[in-house]
Design a protein around this ligand. Structure first.
Ligand code: FES
Length: 114
């Protein structure tokens, strides 16, 4: 019997950390995470990219990379992004989610964790 790779339900699955901390520690929610999530969802839909076999945009809690926040991660590639504004989100949608090209300038530095 030969092993076959499981089929992917989504081509790209992007998660946005929306974590809000009450204790004053750094968190993605303090850096526009909700607005970025909303923007990404709207852009993916406007481009007709949403749905099975295509793209899914999901909320997530803390992913323990708060120092690089605000954070979003794309699977199955496991590419981590640190974004600043709507322009960055639009670039991730067009370049990575639509055309499969990683946006190098927005990659989260590998050493940044919690
Ligand atoms: S609060 Fe967003 S990664 Fe921790």
């Amino acid at each position: 019997m030969t092993a076959t790779a499981p089929s992917q339900y989504y081509e790209h699955h992007i998660f946005f950390c929306l974590n809000q901390r009450a204790n004053g520690e750094a968190c993605c929610a303090d850096h526009g995470a909700q607005a970025a999530f909303d923007r990404c969802k709207a852009q993916v839909k406007a481009r007709g990219l949403n749905g099975p076999g295509k793209v899914r945009v999901n909320k997530a809690g803390c992913m323990d990379r708060c120092q690089g926040g605000p954070i979003a991660v794309v699977y199955p590639e496991g590419v981590w992004y640190t974004y600043v504004d709507e322009k960055d989100i639009d670039e991730i949608v067009e370049s990575h989610l639509q055309n499969g090209k990683v946006v190098e300038r927005l990659l989260t530095p590998p050493h940044l964790g919690r």
